[in-house]
Ligand binder design. Structure first.
Ligand code: FNR
Length: 219
């Protein structure tokens, strides 16, 4: 008899994409490296190109008359098809690229709204010393507004134009370990949130209770 696969054995699925359209993008390199690490650690990656999510400037009249553009439908579909998403985004003028915010705005119009309760990890790469980290704080804002669970730790690769080896890994060993640890911590959280929601609920109830033997069962 064929053995049934335990649902706890299924790999977690991650949508990974870079918010840069540039051919030689540093952020795409970082996103590819994230894919490599996730797959090595047993996760499954759905790697997307930002051009797949290309949309016209958001216009509410256009939405009322013609509905959602194909690029927004595609991003919505891919978010729903995966357990979590990872964006490696350039920083443009201290914020996120306009094309990314525009795509988020379009996708926020679907119901159910696909960012809600979805886990996200943010990363960036830049030739600057800040690594594009300021842009991630800007990106965090609309995502959290939409109910995404944005992971507290973010990874920003400074002087990224000099940080990669020829084969696409990060040259510095300490940074490599930080990058991998960040990804593994995120993967563990996504897995826990998917498979153990009852424990999460009990913990929230417990936090809300005053110490009283009558309610100790919630532990
Ligand atoms: C930049 N760049 C940039 N870098 C940064 O660290 N902080 C910033 O505010 C900006 N601002 C900015 C604005 C615009 C319009 C451009 C085109 C560029 C530099 C940027 O980080 C660099 O070009 C990266 O290489 C872009 O990412 P990709 O395309 O390599 O992934």
């Amino acid at each position: 008899m064929e053995q049934q696969q335990n649902k706890y054995d299924e790999p977690m699925r991650f949508l990974v994409f870079s918010a840069s359209l540039r051919d030689d993008s540093l952020n795409t390199r970082l996103a590819r490296l994230a894919q490599q690490v996730i797959e090595e650690k047993g996760g499954k990656v759905d790697f997307a190109d930002m051009s797949e999510f290309d949309v016209p400037s958001y216009n509410q009249d256009e939405e009322s008359n013609s509905g959602h553009p194909t690029g927004a439908e595609e991003l919505c579909r891919r978010l729903l098809a995966n357990d979590a998403f990872i964006i490696s985004s350039p920083e443009y003028n201290g914020s996120m690229p306009g094309l990314l915010k525009n795509a988020i705005d379009w996708v926020s119009r679907f119901r159910p709204q696909p960012f809600n309760e979805r886990h996200a990890l943010l990363m960036s790469a830049s030739p600057s010393m800040g690594g594009g980290n300021k842009g991630l704080w800007a990106l965090r804002m609309p995502l959290e507004h939409l109910g995404a669970r944005v992971f507290p730790d973010m990874f920003s690769l400074a002087t990224a134009h000099k940080a990669f080896t020829e084969d696409g890994t990060i040259a510095d060993a300490t940074l490599t370990k930080r990058f991998e640890d960040n990804l593994v911590a995120f993967m563990n959280l996504v897995e826990a949130a998917k498979h153990y929601p009852c424990m999460k609920k009990a913990w929230v109830e417990f936090l809300g209770e005053y110490p009283d033997p009558a309610v100790e069962r919630v532990e």
